[in-house]
Design a protein around this ligand. Structure first.
Ligand SMILES: Cc1cc2nc3c(=O)[nH]c(=O)nc-3n(C[C@H](O)[C@H](O)[C@H](O)COP(=O)(O)OP(=O)(O)OC[C@H]3O[C@@H](n4cnc5c(N)ncnc54)[C@H](O)[C@@H]3O)c2cc1C
Length: 455
């Protein structure tokens, strides 16, 4: 399997069991001939971008959203439902490579995203099961716990604001405090969980009411070509005919390489699995969300739902070694078989008090993450393509980044605001240098994890 356009028969995630009204919506029966702004993709990125454009620029030009399948049927409709700003781990890696200020920017940006999304959801009264909680990152070896906490302490000592909100629990109390069997230490900080599909549906519903948006689902952009027209610099070919566009925003995340060949091996489709677990009667209450970090590359992410059920994803140890099962793989039509066994009895195995809960997987599904080659999102104008922008490459971590990324993108798209004036983290900017020289950290992690020699 190589990267391709979205598969027409994706597995059905728990979040999409009861599709809402816009799932197959088309604002007009025919595809418009032209639009000032065309956004390719109908997930959280597109929803947030339209929302911010409409709010910041009331007299903005026309917007057309093209979605290849149903609305929010990509990663945004298939994820773990976790908004988990990372205040220390990725930040310390970024600080080591790009300098402390760059790491601090990303950590603070993610915390600000959580607050901004919370503010939006509360102001709008969005019915999306949004709950603010503590994220609990659990370590299973003392050496891993020591190593990671050292990185956290360094950021705290350096004055990184986001890191100051993080608290540590040592080995003596880790298992009781976290509720996770075999915990050798844990770290906690503010996060949230929600029903992402409902949030995104709400955003599109409001955007359509505003009147400036034309939404076309089941419309796949198959190529983007330069046009000679002074007003409409691009022509987007679709399965329903061409559309002329003044500006194009590529928000197709993991599917971007199929549309733009220069993104092959830059944004890497990465197949992932999540599942929904239910119990026959109420099980012990989990008040935290979790990352169970077995190894640096092997971790699961878990949220408790307000109805007492669980959504958990990861299971990398079950399939990561077999590269073809996940790398450059856009097939979300089948569950990776190896993961079914992995999630069987998961809560009983890992959580204290759940042994006799009868917890069972009720739905399991596949989704495609868009891993950026250097593990950093890609935002802003695409070098060498005037009027074309990228908003993708979230590397499995878009939920605490997309809302405010869209705010910055809105200024770049509508008013040509330069990237450095948007307030977005500097390391997220798309550049010619990144496109040419970024190392493939996705493969590097795989070589390290599987102990294969580097090629
Ligand atoms: C299993 C799984 C679990 C995850 N868990 C979490 C989590 O708990 N927390 C977190 O922060 N992140 C998580 N993620 C990542 C997160 O879901 C993504 O970062 C985020 O949803 C990206 O949003 P997006 O709108 O950019 O992409 P998407 O939601 O993938 O939207 C892109 C859309 O573009 C459409 N499209 C693609 N190509 C074309 C085309 N040529 N023409 C028209 N339309 C096109 C697709 O159909 C899709 O709907 C997870 C991802 C997966 C797959």
């Amino acid at each position: 399997m190589t990267s391709s356009f979205p598969h027409q028969n994706g597995t059905v995630p728990f979040w999409r069991l009861e599709p809402q009204g816009l799932d197959n919506f088309r604002s007009t029966p025919n595809l418009p001939d032209e639009s000032d702004i065309v956004i390719i993709g109908g997930g959280y990125s597109a929803a947030a971008l339209v929302t911010h454009i409409q709010k910041q620029y009331p007299n903005h030009p026309s917007i057309l959203v093209l979605e290849a399948r149903q609305l929010c049927s990509g990663a945004s409709g298939r994820n773990g439902g976790h908004i988990k700003p990372d205040p220390y781990l990725h930040a310390s890696e970024i600080a080591a490579e790009y300098g402390l200020a760059a790491g601090a920017e990303v950590a603070d940006f993610e915390v600000a995203n959580l607050n901004a999304a919370k503010e939006y959801i509360e102001r709008e009264g969005v019915d999306c099961d949004f709950v603010v909680t503590r994220a609990c990152d659990v370590h299973f070896s003392s050496s891993q716990d020591t190593r990671i906490k050292e990185r956290l302490r360094n950021l705290k000592a350096a004055g990184v604001a986001a890191a100051q909100t993080v608290s540590e629990v040592g080995e003596d109390h880790a298992e009781i405090v976290s509720g996770v069997k075999g915990a050798k230490g844990c770290i906690s900080y503010s996060a949230a969980h929600l029903w992402p599909y409902k949030l995104i549906h709400h955003m599109f519903t409001m955007a359509l009411k505003h009147g400036s948006l034309n939404l076309q689902t089941n419309t796949c952009a198959t190529s983007v070509l330069r046009a000679t027209d002074a007003q409409f610099g691009w022509v987007i070919e679709t399965n329903r005919g061409p559309v002329k566009a003044g500006k194009v925003i590529v928000a197709s995340n993991s599917y971007t390489p199929a549309l733009l060949p220069e993104y092959r091996e830059q944004i890497i489709p990465y197949r992932a699995v999540s599942c929904h677990i239910e119990t026959p009667s109420p099980a012990p209450l989990l008040v935290n969300t979790y990352a169970l970090r077995f190894k640096d590359w092997d971790f699961d992410y878990l949220i408790p739902r307000p109805d007492g059920s669980i959504v958990v994803g990861g299971a990398r140890s079950a399939y990561f070694r077999e590269k073809g099962l996940w790398y450059n793989n856009t097939d979300d039509s089948e569950v990776i078989e190896e993961t079914r066994k992995y999630f069987d009895g998961y809560m009983q195995r890992h959580f204290r008090g759940w042994e006799n809960s009868g917890a069972k997987v009720s739905e399991i599904w596949t989704g495609i993450m868009g891993y950026s080659r250097d593990k950093l999102p890609r935002l802003g104008p695409i070098p060498g393509k005037p009027g074309m922008f990228i908003m993708a490459g979230w590397t499995g971590h878009g939920m605490p980044q997309i809302f405010l990324a869209a705010k910055g993108m809105a200024g770049m798209v509508v008013k040509d605001v330069p990237y450095h004036e948007t307030g977005l983290p500097r390391v997220f900017e798309e550049t010619a240098d990144r496109l040419r020289n970024a190392p493939n950290k996705v493969l590097e992690s795989w070589y390290q994890a599987t102990q294969f020699p580097r090629l």
